[in-house]
Design a protein around this ligand. Structure first.
Ligand SMILES: Cc1cc2nc3c(=O)[nH]c(=O)nc-3n(C[C@H](O)[C@H](O)[C@H](O)COP(=O)(O)O)c2cc1C
Length: 313
């Protein structure tokens, strides 16, 4: 599979995740083998109003091999304008979010609500494709309340999308139940453009199951939280990772751009994710969850991963 004429070597992609896919995470996932990384979804409307927050969300590093910026919205005119925004110049592709299930997004007719409105969805894709020289792609779910993914994917292809990503659940499922591999396979067979399969990939077993659908590449989201090295694990590489060192690098990258006040609150969840899977660490978890000091939180991680004889599993 190629994006903007760049070949994906491992066919592994790091997912767009609001509040998670920061520039540090994207650096680390790329370092461990993700070929392509997506920004979290950016509001076309907010960009239209020149939101400074979006400028921080579009930070990238040279480690990212294929950079994809994801936008959401419902106005073909605004989105067609935003794809040419200066802040998106460095990206290889612009992805349109048609899968977000969050109530505040679907209430506005955006995200996965567009899967109930194929006509408008098509207008948005065509407007972005016509206005931009960049690769335009779409990320979808299987449908809103019923499965429509095959027809919807064909519409995306006919409207000019260069590839699509399918999360194998409907909007109404949110994150419940298991991913529907059969429907992802049907989408892959229905279109000629590349398809990225997404949902519940957390280890080699789930990765091979996703590959079994015939998709061209696999996207990983939650499986990379606190474990950006998952992209090496999925390739079958044996690694000895020290999560403390990875967390320290994560902080080092974010510190270049973000102030300490924001960072100490933001990093809490990531520190807790770096700790996940460690048994008997409830006291350390409380320390991190209530800490207002990044160095102290890093020291907690260090005490677990360096001072003890921790074997990463
Ligand atoms: C906290 C969180 C934030 C997310 N934000 C986005 C987003 O900004 N854009 C998007 O297309 N999907 C978003 N998603 C969905 C993921 O990209 C992915 O489709 C979903 O988590 C299923 O993949 P996974 O099982 O590998 O996590 C988000 C998911 C989570 C858990």
């Amino acid at each position: 599979m190629r994006i903007n004429n760049k070949e994906l070597k491992n066919n592994l992609v790091f997912a767009p995740m609001a509040g998670v896919s920061d520039v540090g995470m994207r650096f680390l996932c790329s370092y461990y083998g993700a070929d392509a990384t997506f920004t979290e979804m950016l509001s076309a409307m907010a960009m239209e109003h020149n939101s400074s927050k979006n400028r921080l969300l579009t930070l990238t590093t040279d480690a990212e091999k294929i950079k994809v910026a994801q936008i959401f919205g419902k106005s073909p005119e605004i989105m067609a304008k935003i794809v040419n925004d200066e802040s998106l110049e460095k990206f290889d592709a612009i992805d349109i979010n048609m899968g977000c299930p969050a109530p505040k997004i679907i209430k506005n007719g955006e995200g996965s609500a567009l899967m109930k409105n194929a006509l408008l969805a098509s207008k948005i894709i065509k407007a972005c494709v016509n206005s931009s020289k960049k690769t335009v792609s779409v990320k979808i779910r299987l449908g809103f309340d019923k499965i429509v993914a095959t027809d919807f994917a064909k519409m995306c292809e006919d409207s000019g999308a260069s590839f699509i990503t399918v999360h194998g659940r409907t909007q109404s499922q949110l994150f419940s139940g298991s991913v529907n591999y059969e429907e992802i396979a049907k989408v892959k067979s229905a279109v000629k453009i590349p398809v990225i399969g997404n949902g519940d990939v957390v280890d080699r077993e789930s990765y091979l199951k996703m590959l079994g659908t015939g998709v061209d590449a696999v996207m990983v989201g939650r499986g990379a939280q606190g474990k950006p090295w998952i992209f090496s694990v999925l390739q079958g590489k044996e690694l000895k990772i020290n999560p403390y060192e990875v967390a320290k690098k994560h902080v080092e990258i974010l510190r270049k751009y973000f102030d300490e006040k924001w960072l100490k609150l933001y990093m809490r969840k990531h520190f807790l994710w770096y700790l996940s899977g460690v048994k008997c660490a409830s006291e350390q978890r409380v320390k991190i969850a209530t800490s207002n000091d990044i160095e102290k939180s890093l020291a907690v991680l260090k005490s677990i991963f360096c001072d003890n004889d921790f074997e990463n599993k």
